[in-house]
Design a protein around this ligand. Structure first.
Ligand SMILES: [Zn+2]
Length: 129
């Protein structure tokens, strides 16, 4: 599957306005008037923008891409190495989430080869391995 965000030089967390501005800038750059190569690029970003400008088709696109890369529907916010995690005396550790909550990491999470912990507040997750 094509990476529409990369085509539009955006990140998956870009706002609709950022996507629109980026598309407009690229559309000027790749305008078909500028030659055969740019018209191909123009069609590619046009297709990407049609998907990402619509909230529903963007969600749909996001869920298929994230599902194909990690089997998890939630967003992996950070990847942590087990050896970097220091548990406190109660066998717990906290990692700050973007939403202001903390991910709670417990001893049993570290016993699995790979573990995804979801934030209680938002849809972000962290991956521990
Ligand atoms: Zn969160």
């Amino acid at each position: 599957m094509e990476d529409y965000y990369a085509l539009l030089k955006c990140t998956p967390d870009a706002t609709p306005l950022q996507i629109k501005q980026s598309y407009q800038r690229l559309a000027r750059e790749y305008h078909p008037d500028k030659g055969a190569l740019s018209s191909e690029n123009f069609l590619a970003i046009d297709k990407a923008y049609k998907i990402l400008k619509d909230e529903l088709s963007r969600k749909d696109y996001d869920s298929t891409t994230f599902a194909s890369t990690c089997n998890q529907h939630s967003l992996i916010y950070a990847e942590l190495a087990k050896e970097d995690i220091r548990l406190d005396c109660e066998g717990r550790a906290f990692y700050p989430c973007r939403c202001g909550e903390d991910f709670l990491i417990e001893k049993e999470h570290l016993e699995e080869p790979e573990c995804v912990i979801e934030c209680g507040e938002c849809s972000n997750s962290i991956l521990i391995r």
